[in-house]
Ligand binder design. Structure first.
Ligand code: AMP
Ligand code: MG
Length: 407
């Protein structure tokens, strides 16, 4: 049995970097950028109106008020998409809609509400004195041409997608998705939706793995439930080793009479780096590699599989995709936390803010078979080994589940 720290450092040495590929804009959600995104032009691209109104020369509106309006001659219309090439001269104005190019000569916009509005006779009364630049969006005021907008390595979310579109990127270079094989093993497993016979249980782990893979941004290319027999294991696992970057299996790696997963991996030429880590849950965890594939054999109890994926597989997939390691948070325990003498302890938990401090507590359900401990959880709490439980008020490390918030 090796320590969590040793196990992490062994895994670190075997994580490959994935290549890149070009993907069209409507497919880039949740992908990781493999290029800096720069502004191809300034933003705004030209001086334009922030309001529906009239583009004027500010000096022409001097002294204008409700009682004493200034009358200007309307010489042109500029709307978004139809810029005017007329120059606004002394005593003139142009109707100008939001986003419309500010016509040459004009230097301010008066909101339509402060004028007599559009008139077919071609003159407009202005009821408000304005000043240069009012309601004008200046060229480059938001972004300069050439500026790095989104750095290489950024995970693409809606804001990034909108920004890529704004600057005309129809496609971008991103890191390839890790190719994943996920397996459930066990003679007892039945697919949800079918009737359970005596002694059978529903396969939950594979569904969790698939969802986790989707969320982290990996491509599940092989997904199977395998019986506890060497031949089936051999044929499925060897296929996965040929075509995947990472293989994750659940079950079959403990000390049971029918736990063949580890043996079969080794028969297939996988090099074992460790089996059994000083952690609870998930002690009999297997990690191996062959030339091109990382292999994680997670124990089958659902909490061991879920936490195992989050603590071991997820960060590896992120590193493969070039995402920097996440900083962990520290919280203050509201209730005691059951430490283990020689093992790290992972438990689902809840974290919330109290007077500016992150408070937390672990689920009262501590069994590795108790998947309902994940339902109220927004985090995994992690403690190093120790002789006695951590007490309320003591610090503990928190790993917030990426799709949850503190609260
Ligand atoms: P194992 O690691 O194969 O000894 O399995 C440990 C426990 O987890 C057993 O009670 C299994 O029935 C259960 N288990 C294994 N695989 C799954 C799965 N895919 N979904 C739900 N429970 C599982
Ligand atoms: Mg089993």
């Amino acid at each position: 049995m090796i320590s969590v720290k040793e196990a992490k450092s062994i895994i670190q040495k075997h994580i490959p970097q994935l290549g890149t590929e070009t993907v069209s804009l409507n497919k880039v959600g949740n992908r990781v950028l493999a290029q800096d995104i720069t502004a191809k032009f300034p933003m705004p691209r030209f001086d334009n109106s922030a309001m529906d109104g009239f583009a004027v020369r500010a000096s022409d509106t001097k002294g204008a008020s409700q009682m004493n309006p200034v009358t200007l001659k309307m010489v042109s219309v500029s709307s978004a998409g139809s810029p005017s090439d007329v120059t606004v001269g002394l005593g003139e104005c142009a109707q100008c809609m939001t986003g419309g190019k500010l016509p040459d000569g004009a230097d301010a916009v008066v909101m339509v509400e402060n004028t007599s509005g559009f008139s077919v006779r071609g003159s407009v009364r202005v009821f408000l004195e304005t000043h240069r630049g009012k309601h004008v969006r200046k060229i480059g005021e938001e972004i300069q041409e050439g500026e790095v907008l989104i750095p290489n390595g950024t995970r693409i979310t809606p804001g990034e997608i909108g920004t890529l579109a704004t600057f005309g990127y129809g496609e971008v270079s991103v890191i390839k998705k890790p190719k994943l094989a996920i397996f459930g093993t066990g003679d007892e497993l039945i697919e949800p939706g079918n009737k359970l016979m005596h002694g059978q249980i529903y396969n939950s782990n594979l569904y969790m793995f698939a969802e986790l893979a989707e969320r982290v941004g990996a491509d599940v290319i092989i997904r199977n439930v395998i019986k506890d027999d060497r031949e089936s294991l051999r044929s499925f696992l060897s296929e996965a080793l040929k075509s995947c970057d990472v293989v994750v299996s659940s079950g079959g790696v403990s000390m049971g009479r029918f736990d063949y997963v580890r043996e079969v991996f080794m028969e297939l030429g996988v090099r074992e780096h460790f089996w059994k880590v000083a952690q609870k849950p998930g002690k009999p965890m297997f990690f191996g590699t062959d030339e091109t594939t990382l292999i994680f054999g997670l124990p089958g109890n659902p909490v061991s599989s879920y936490i195992g994926f989050m603590e071991w597989v997820w960060p590896v997939l992120e590193t493969m995709m070039g995402i920097p390691e996440q900083k962990f948070l520290t919280g203050i325990l509201k209730e005691s936390f059951p430490r283990e003498k020689v093992k790290y302890r992972f438990l689902f938990g809840k974290a919330w803010m109290e007077a500016g401090t992150i408070m937390c507590k672990s689920s009262a359900k501590t069994g590795s078979h108790m998947l309902s401990s994940s339902l109220e959880a927004n985090c995994i709490l992690i403690s190093e080994n120790g002789d006695s439980p951590l007490q309320p008020g003591e610090e503990i490390r928190i790993n917030i589940l990426p799709w949850k918030t503190i609260g």
